[in-house]
Design a protein around this ligand. Structure first.
Ligand SMILES: Cc1cc2nc3c(=O)[nH]c(=O)nc-3n(C[C@H](O)[C@H](O)[C@H](O)COP(=O)(O)O)c2cc1C
Length: 185
């Protein structure tokens, strides 16, 4: 079975986007789509990195752990809230930490907001950065607006049937890229 990791990047007190990481975690488990783990940047508590991991003299165990989790994953789902029209800084900090770990890694994007637009602007630079790093960026994205009124704190969607249908299609696109890469390896 493939292994998917979900990056939940918000470190903000009272964060809302973590509920979306919980949603995908539960959906993948419930549908038995793959193995799954959440990489929670609040738990990692990273500093603002002043160098990429491969050039650090004595990287922290947390930093090495994050790198190894990305390296060993078959695919990655990035949950990105939109902050002032771009991805959240804690996410960019973690993306820029790594280099080869991203190369040919299937990566799919979920953008979220508590307003009407669902992070449509954040996706642009985020997808571009991962593409520059050589990731296999999945063209299908999932944009989730109004997450405070559409999901509860545990990540349960109010309209489970419709949300799950979209969510499963989205994950299947990531699984397609994972399988395509497997066949080429
Ligand atoms: C600094 C900051 C900037 C924001 N800028 C935007 C924005 O440009 N577009 C948008 O749709 N929502 C914006 N929001 C609202 C966020 O989408 C919303 O607060 C979301 O819940 C953030 O994720 P988080 O709660 O997990 O940190 C902003 C929120 C913050 C804290």
């Amino acid at each position: 079975m493939a292994k998917i990791v979900i990056i939940s990047p918000s470190i903000r007190k009272g964060r809302n986007s973590h509920r979306i990481a919980l949603y995908f975690f539960d959906l993948i488990k419930e549908m038995k789509l793959s193995d799954v783990e959440i990489l929670d940047l609040l738990q990692y508590d990273f500093p603002l990195f002043n160098e990429r991991l491969k050039y650090q003299d004595s990287p922290s165990p947390e930093t090495i752990d994050f790198s190894e989790k990305i390296k060993s994953a078959d695919g990655v789902i990035i949950i990105s809230p939109e902050y002032n029209g771009g991805p959240i800084a804690s996410l960019k900090n973690a993306v820029d930490l790594l280099t080869d770990e991203w190369r040919r890694k299937p990566v799919a994007f979920v953008t979220v907001s508590d307003g009407n637009f669902g992070g449509t602007q954040a996706i642009v630079s985020l997808q571009f950065s991962l593409w520059k790093l050589g990731a296999l960026t999945v063209p299908s994205t999932m944009r989730l607006p109004n997450i405070l009124s559409t999901f509860d704190e545990k990540g349960t969607p109010h309209d489970k049937q419709t949300t799950d249908k979209r969510g499963i299609n989205f994950i299947r696109e990531l699984l397609w890229h994972i399988e395509a890469k497997r066949r080429m390896s």
